[in-house]
Design a protein around this ligand. Structure first.
Ligand SMILES: *Cc1c(COP(=O)(O)O)cnc(C)c1O
Length: 394
């Protein structure tokens, strides 16, 4: 389709495939298989499927293909492969390209399940993984080797919101021929400049901002046509982590409003961060675009906005954090993010419970830390809600 459309136009129109009925909204092709006119046609399709030809929904499906083409066009990659969840995307991107004896360098500050794949799964199959403080380019430089096949990191880490210098890491990785794989969930596809800054592969959990309304799990791997079709597709189509057509339709509808939603959420997140920046009831307010953020300059350079998550470190540790959470009236206690509904999470006792105290301390996850994913409510109501709930600690 047209390559010079602006992002918002792409989000509404890119990749659409209309059936003979000329439907306006993307059709949900709830079919696992496809019929062939002749035995010869079936044989030909198995040898080489054409542009708009499908074989089996585990390999691809028209609704899923619409979603893949639309999100790839937004991110600026040649191609994409949609998966059943964000974790299937992270696992697929790494496992499809690695083999025993390969070396990977990864940032230490990772979503718990990502850490499990790197620390437990890959190493079990003979891949060597070196963990570094992702914010320290010297550590990346010291860790890469001629046999390093990939580097992996979350461009904005969960929940301490460390910013990783994509261009800096990419330069170090590319010097040894390693592929740069970025889990870009917290940056969101709207504020992502990962490809322009040197990422080779970008992974999203579409469960987060892309659905954005808490309905479905999904993921996507974005990269060059060569990587997606020659490395990722064979692995995923035979191991079965395909996105369902119904989910792809939810994600397509999510993409239509993604830009509007994420911009509104990021604006409100900025308002909340600025409002509470010097509140005496909080130890710290962590938000990449606050001047107090340790990588504020990098965050400003790398992202047009500070994202949609604000982490609040409540004075008084876990007890005070629980009092705060239990006193919230609008913001709900849950563990999703990027949702229309604002959500508060206590990482120490939920998402990062599996880690040791030392590991949590190293990642800046203190007992008072509460991660707030800012939704679509009126920012004034959210500020009042947070302020009133902090009052419970006064
Ligand atoms: C949620 C999340 C994932 C996993 O996505 P699922 O869709 O829940 O499988 C991976 N990485 C990051 C940074 C996430 O926030």
């Amino acid at each position: 389709m047209t390559q010079d459309w602006k992002p918002r136009t792409k989000l509404v129109h890119e990749g659409i495939r209309r059936s003979g009925y000329g439907e306006v909204s993307e059709a949900i092709f709830l079919t696992q298989g496809f019929v062939y006119d002749t035995a010869e046609a079936a044989e030909a399709r198995f040898i080489q499927a054409g542009e708009d030809e499908f074989i089996y929904a585990r390999y691809g499906n028209p609704t899923v293909r619409m979603f893949e083409e639309r999100i790839a066009a937004l991110e600026g990659t040649e191609d994409g492969f949609a998966t059943a969840s964000g974790m299937a995307a992270v696992n697929g991107a790494l496992t499809s390209m690695l083999k025993a004896g390969d070396h990977v360098v990864s940032a230490r500050a990772l979503f718990g399940s990502c850490l499990y794949i790197l620390e437990d799964v890959l190493t079990r199959f003979g891949v060597e993984v070196t963990f570094v403080d992702g914010t320290d380019l010297d550590q990346w430089r010291a860790a890469v080797r001629p046999d390093t096949k990939a580097v992996f990191f979350e461009s904005l880490s969960n929940p301490a919101l460390e910013v990783i210098d994509i261009a800096g890491v990419a330069e170090i990785a590319h010097a040894v021929g390693a592929l740069v794989i970025v889990d870009n969930v917290f940056s969101t596809p709207i504020y992502s400049r990962a490809v322009e800054l040197g990422a080779d592969v970008v992974v999203y959990s579409t469960t987060k901002h892309i659905d954005g309304q808490g309905r479905a799990l999904g993921g996507v791997i974005l990269g060059s046509r060569e990587f997606i079709r020659k490395t990722v597709e064979p692995y995923l189509k035979h191991t079965g982590a395909a996105m369902s057509p119904f989910t792809a339709w939810i994600m397509l509808k999510g993409l239509e409003t993604l830009d509007l939603r994420v911009r509104a959420q990021a604006t409100t997140a900025t308002e909340i961060a600025e409002h509470f920046a010097s509140d005496g009831r909080l130890e710290r307010v962590i938000f990449p675009h606050l001047p107090s953020h340790p990588q504020h300059d990098l965050a400003k350079r790398q992202m047009d906005k500070g994202g949609t998550v604000v982490s609040l470190d409540v004075k008084g540790g876990q007890e005070a954090a629980f009092r705060f959470l239990n006193a919230l009236k609008i913001i709900t206690i849950s563990n999703n993010l990027g949702d229309a509904k604002s959500i508060a999470t206590h990482p120490t006792t939920t998402t990062h419970q599996r880690l040791s105290d030392e590991q949590r301390t190293a990642l800046g996850i203190t007992p008072g830390l509460v991660r707030v994913s800012v939704g679509l409510e009126d920012g004034r109501d959210l500020i009042d809600d947070i302020s009133n709930a902090l009052g419970a600690n006064a």
